[in-house]
Design a protein around this ligand. Structure first.
Ligand SMILES: [Ca+2]
Ligand SMILES: [Ca+2]
Length: 137
């Protein structure tokens, strides 16, 4: 998976990203979509990547995954299809009103459902170019 990159957006951008829709638009403005994980290989790569970054930042990261339409039915927002690969932390997802998913450093970079209007979570976007995938944080 050569060619993956990750960049944190400016604080002024983050404070305006209140909803899943805005997060999607943020990624689309960068020519991509909120991140979509299909396999252990991809998931391990992302976790290792964020592990390195989060030692200094501790940030949580949005996935492009939601159950806002039907509770408990998690779908990827970029393709609007049910998720077949999931990497929930133990005891997650745990609260029905939490309809968005994020990667949580404190849970060993596994996933948790969280409220979609959390302002402290950074969008993780992926941009697929012809031969590489770029992540714009
Ligand atoms: Ca939910
Ligand atoms: Ca939760």
């Amino acid at each position: 998976m050569a060619g993956w990159h990750l960049k944190a957006p400016a604080t002024s951008v983050l404070t305006d990203l209140h909803t899943l829709l805005k997060l999607r638009h943020y990624c689309q403005q960068h020519g991509g979509s909120l991140i979509h994980v299909d396999s252990d290989t991809e998931n391990d790569f992302i976790r290792n990547y964020l592990r390195g970054l989060s030692r200094s930042s501790g940030h949580q990261w949005w996935l492009g995954l939601t159950d806002e339409l039907v509770e408990g039915h998690w779908r990827w927002t970029d393709v609007n299809k049910p998720a077949t690969f999931l990497d929930w932390a133990p005891n997650e997802p745990n609260i029905a009103v939490e309809d968005c998913a994020a990667i949580i450093p404190l849970l060993d970079f596994h996933w948790a459902d969280v409220l979609c209007d959390r302002l402290d979570i950074i969008p993780l976007c992926e941009i697929r170019l012809s031969e590489e995938t770029v992540i714009v944080g």
